[in-house]
Design a protein around this ligand. Structure first.
Ligand SMILES: CCCCCCCCCCCCCCC/C=C/C(=O)SCCNC(=O)CCNC(=O)[C@H](O)C(C)(C)COP(=O)(O)OP(=O)(O)OC[C@H]1O[C@@H](n2cnc3c(N)ncnc32)[C@H](O)[C@@H]1OP(=O)(O)O
Ligand SMILES: Cc1cc2nc3c(=O)[nH]c(=O)nc-3n(C[C@H](O)[C@H](O)[C@H](O)COP(=O)(O)OP(=O)(O)OC[C@H]3O[C@@H](n4cnc5c(N)ncnc54)[C@H](O)[C@@H]3O)c2cc1C
Length: 643
C-alpha cells in the first residue's frame, strides 16, 4: 500500500530518503515553533531555508529530491513562491530569450522572486487590478505605478522581506490605450544590501491566523512610485510591445497569462491529499490508543475507533485522502498533457484544464480544511493541544480555500464551463470529463436499478448515479438560465444552484478517477481489495451526504438511498481491521507528522505528560507576575461582607 500511495517504488524510496534526511537534522526541529515571537519565527524560517538550500547544493539533489526535501521541512517559506510560482510563471509566459536570461538566475537563487498579483482592493477580479504599466517609447521602458491605495500589492508570499524581484501583474497601457493585465519582472531590492530600490515601498502585511503556522511567511505589501523597467521585462509569450510602441497579440490565447494559476491549482490538489492524510493519520492512530466507556468485568474500555459514530466520521476522511491522492495523480497527468500541447501551440484542452484544476482545487481544499477540523474533534480535548499537531496544520491549511482563487469563485468558473457544454450539446460532442453529458438523454431517463445493499458494490451503478445527478443538475440549471433574457443576469441570480451543480460535476470526477485507478494493475496482496473498499466508502459517503440531490433529481428512491447507507455501515466494519495499516502506508515520519497523538509507537500519554513540563510557563513553580498581580488580590482586606 505504501507503493500504491507513493505512486511507485522509486518515489517511495526517494521520498523516504528525503523525509529521514530532514527528520534526523536538528536544524529542522519544529516543536518550539508555536512558542516563538514573529521576528524569531521568521529568522528561524530563513535559517531553515538556507540550510535546506545548502543540502540541495552540497548533496547535489535532483529537482525531484529538492521538492520532497522542501515538503518535509514543513514550514511555509519564501522559497515556496520562488520555486512554486515565480519560476513557473517565467517558464510559462516568458519568451525563449527571457527564459534564457531569468531562469538560470532564479534557479541558482542569485535572485529571489515572488508572484505579485493580488492588491488591497482586488484579488478574485484579476481584470480589476489597478497597478499600471505604461510604455514610454522614448526611453524604451515601462513605468510601473500604484495610482491608488487600493492598488497596493497585498498578500504575495515572500514579498514582505525576502524577495529581490517580483512578477508584478499590472494593466498595460500603450499609446494611451489599455490592453488588459500582463506580467512584468520588477526588481524590488538591491542585490548588494537588500534595501528597497528608489520608488519602491515594501513591507510585511502583519500577523495572520494561528500561532506559528503561516506566520513563517512574509506576505507583503508593495507600492510603486513611477518605477522604470526595461521593455524586455514584460513577459512576452502571449503578447508583445515593440520598441515603436506597437501592441501585438500572438496566436497564444490571452488566458495563458493565468497559466501559472492553473499549474499551482493542480499542485494544491496533490497537497490536499498530503494535508488530509496527515490529519487522518493522527486521528486514526489516536482513536486506536484512546479508550472510553464499555469496560466489562474490569477489562479494558472500548477503543474509541470501535464506535460506529467515530468510524462514520473518520473513515470517509481516510477514504477521501486516498481519493484526493489518485485524482491529484490524474490531474498532474492532465496538466502535463496540456503543457505539452501548449508548447506545440495546441490550445484546445486549455478550457477543460482550467475547469478541472479550478473545480478540484475548490473541492479538495474545502473537504481537507473541514476534514482537519473534524480530526481535531475526533481527538477530543487533546486534539486542541498544539502538541497534537492539528491546530497548526489547520491554521496553515485553511487559507488554501482562499489563495489561488476563492473556492466559490472557482466553482463559478466550473459552472460557466458546464453551462457552455450543455448549451452546445445539440451540435458538439462533449469530451474529457464532460463526455458523460453526451449521454444526457439516457441519463435523464434511466433511474437507479439498485435493489439490495450489495447492489451498491458495483462501480457501474455508482458512476451512473453520480453521472445522472451531475447531468440532471446541469440541465436543470441550463433550463432555468434559458428563462432569463440576459444570460449574465440569470447566471448571477442562479449562482448558488450553479455552484451546487459544479460540486456534483467535480465529485463525479473524483469518484470516476478512483474507480479508473482500480482498473489498473495494483500489485501487493490485498492492496487492491482494500482500495476498493475505500473507493466504495468515498462514493457511498458522498451519496449519503448529498442524498437530497440524488432524490431531488429523481434518480434515486428513498429506499435506494437507505440501502446505500446500510452498505456504508458494512464497509466501515471492513475498513476497521486495516485502519492503522492504511494510515501507516502514508509513510510519514514522526517529525513530519509533528504530533504526540499520532506517534508511530502509540506512546501517547507519557509523551503528553512529558511535553507539558516543557512549556515555558512551567519553568518555575510560581509564575512571573504572581507577586505583582495575584498576591495583592489574595492578600486584600475586604471591607464589604458582600464582596
Ligand atoms: C504544519 C505546517 C505545514 C506546512 C505545509 C506547507 C505547505 C504550505 C505551502 C503552500 C504554498 C502555497 C502558496 C500559495 C500562494 C498563493 C498565491 C496566490 O494566491 S496568487 C493569486 C491567485 N489569484 C487568483 O487565483 C485569482 C482568482 N481569479 C481568477 O483566476 C480569474 O480572474 C477568474 C477565473 C475569476 C476569471 O475572471 P473573469 O473576469 O471571469 O475572467 P476573464 O475575463 O479574466 O477571462 C474569461 C475567460 O478566461 C477563462 N479563464 C479564466 N481563468 C483561466 C485560466 N486560469 N486558464 C484558462 N482559462 C481561464 C474563462 O474560462 C473565460 O473563458 P471563456 O471561454 O471566455 O468563457
Ligand atoms: C495565505 C495567503 C497567501 C496568498 N499568497 C498570494 C500570493 O503569493 N500572490 C498573490 O498575488 N496573492 C496571494 N494571495 C491572495 C489570494 O490569491 C486572494 O486572497 C484570493 O484570490 C481571493 O481574493 P480576494 O481576497 O480578493 O477575495 P474576495 O474576492 O474579496 O472574496 C471575498 C468574498 O467575496 C466572494 N466573491 C468574490 N467574487 C465573487 C463573485 N464573482 N461571485 C460570488 N462571490 C464572490 C468570495 O466567495 C468571498 O466569499 C494570498 C492569500 C492568502 C490568504
Amino acid at each position: 500500500m505504501k507503493v500504491a500511495w507513493a505512486g511507485s517504488r522509486e518515489t517511495l524510496e526517494l521520498s523516504d530518503r528525503m523525509a529521514k534526511l530532514v527528520a534526523n537534522d536538528p536544524v529542522f526541529e519544529k516543536f518550539t515553533r508555536p512558542m516563538l515571537g514573529r521576528k524569531e519565527l521568521f529568522k528561524n524560517t530563513l535559517r531553515k531555508a538556507a540550510h535546506g538550500w545548502k543540502l540541495i547544493v552540497d548533496l547535489r539533489l535532483t529537482e525531484e529530491e529538492a521538492k520532497w526535501l522542501r515538503l518535509y521541512i514543513d514550514e511555509p517559506a519564501y522559497t515556496d513562491l520562488h520555486w512554486g510560482m515565480f519560476i513557473p510563471a517565467i517558464e510559462g509566459q516568458g519568451t525563449e530569450e527571457q527564459k534564457k536570461k531569468w531562469l538560470p538566475l532564479a534557479q541558482k537563487m542569485k535572485i529571489i522572486g515572488c508572484y505579485a498579483q493580488t492588491e488591497l482592493g482586488h484579488g478574485s477580479n484579476v481584470q480589476g487590478l489597478e497597478t499600471t504599466a505604461t510604455f514610454d517609447p522614448q526611453a524604451d521602458e515601462f513605468v510601473i505605478h500604484s495610482p491608488t491605495l487600493t492598488s497596493s500589492k497585498w498578500w504575495p508570499g515572500g514579498l514582505g522581506k525576502a524577495s529581490t524581484h517580483a512578477l508584478v501583474y499590472a494593466r498595460l497601457i500603450v499609446g494611451g490605450e489599455f490592453h488588459g493585465v500582463h506580467g512584468f519582472i520588477v526588481q524590488l531590492r538591491s542585490l548588494e544590501d537588500h534595501s528597497p530600490l528608489p520608488g519602491i515601498t515594501v513591507g510585511d502585511i502583519g500577523l495572520k491566523f494561528g500561532n506559528g503556522a503561516y506566520n513563517t511567511m512574509d506576505n507583503g505589501v508593495l507600492r510603486f512610485d513611477h518605477v522604470r523597467i526595461p521593455r524586455n521585462q514584460m513577459l512576452m509569450r502571449v503578447s508583445q510591445v515593440t520598441k515603436e510602441g506597437k501592441y501585438m497579440q500572438s496566436d497564444v490565447p490571452r488566458q495563458l497569462i493565468y497559466g501559472t494559476m492553473v499549474y499551482v491549482r493542480q499542485t494544491i490538489v496533490v497537497d490536499a491529499s498530503k494535508a488530509l492524510s496527515r490529519a487522518v493519520c493522527i486521528a486514526t492512530r489516536y482513536s486506536a490508543v484512546r479508550r472510553q466507556f464499555g469496560s466489562r468485568n474490569g477489562g479494558p474500555e472500548t477503543q474509541v475507533i470501535d464506535y460506529k459514530t467515530q468510524q462514520s466520521r473518520l473513515f470517509p476522511l481516510l477514504a477521501s485522502a486516498y481519493a484526493f491522492r489518485f485524482v491529484g495523480e490524474w490531474l498532474k497527468w492532465l496538466y502535463m498533457d496540456v503543457k505539452q500541447r501548449l508548447e506545440a501551440n495546441d490550445f484546445s484542452t486549455l478550457p477543460e484544464a482550467h475547469a478541472c484544476t479550478a473545480g478540484l482545487k475548490s473541492l479538495t481544499t474545502t473537504a481537507t480544511a473541514d476534514g482537519i477540523e473534524e480530526c481535531r474533534k475526533l481527538c477530543g480535548g487533546h486534539g486542541y493541544l498544539v502538541s497534537s499537531g492539528l491546530p497548526e496544520l489547520f491554521a496553515v491549511y485553511i487559507p488554501a480555500c482562499t489563495y489561488e482563487g476563492d473556492n466559490v469563485v472557482l466553482l463559478l468558473q466550473v459552472a460557466r464551463f458546464i453551462v457552455k457544454t450543455v448549451s452546445e450539446l445539440g451540435y458538439k460532442q462533449p469530451v474529457g470529463t464532460t463526455a458523460y453529458m453526451g449521454r444526457v438523454a439516457t441519463l435523464m431517463q434511466n433511474n437507479c436499478a439498485v435493489r439490495t445493499a450489495e447492489d451498491w458494490l458495483n462501480p457501474g451503478a455508482i458512476v451512473e448515479a453520480f453521472e445522472a445527478r451531475a447531468a440532471r443538475m446541469a440541465v436543470a440549471c441550463g433550463r432555468q438560465l434559458a428563462k432569463f433574457e440576459n444570460p449574465e443576469e440569470g447566471f448571477a441570480e442562479l449562482a448558488s444552484d450553479l455552484v451546487e451543480a459544479s460540486v456534483a460535476h467535480c465529485q463525479l470526477i473524483v469518484v470516476s478517477k478512483f474507480i479508473e485507478k482500480l482498473q489498473q494493475d495494483i500489485p501487493g496482496k490485498g492492496v487492491k481489495q482494500s482500495l476498493e473498499i475505500l473507493c466504495y466508502v468515498y462514493a457511498l459517503f458522498l451519496l449519503h451526504k448529498h442524498q437530497g440531490d440524488f432524490l431531488a433529481v429523481g434518480y434515486l428512491t428513498p429506499k435506494q438511498a437507505l440501502l446505500a447507507n446500510d452498505q456504508l455501515r458494512t464497509l466501515y466494519s471492513k475498513v476497521r481491521p486495516n485502519a492503522i495499516a492504511l494510515v501507516d502506508s502514508f509513510n510519514y515520519t514522526d517529525h513530519y507528522l509533528g504530533s504526540i497523538l499520532g506517534r508511530y509507537d502509540g506512546n501517547v500519554y507519557p509523551k503528553l505528560y512529558e511535553a507539558a513540563w516543557e512549556d515555558p510557563l512551567n519553568d518555575s513553580d510560581v509564575a512571573d507576575g504572581f507577586h505583582q498581580y495575584v498576591q495583592p488580590i489574595l492578600k486584600q482586606k475586604l471591607h464589604s461582607a458582600k464582596l
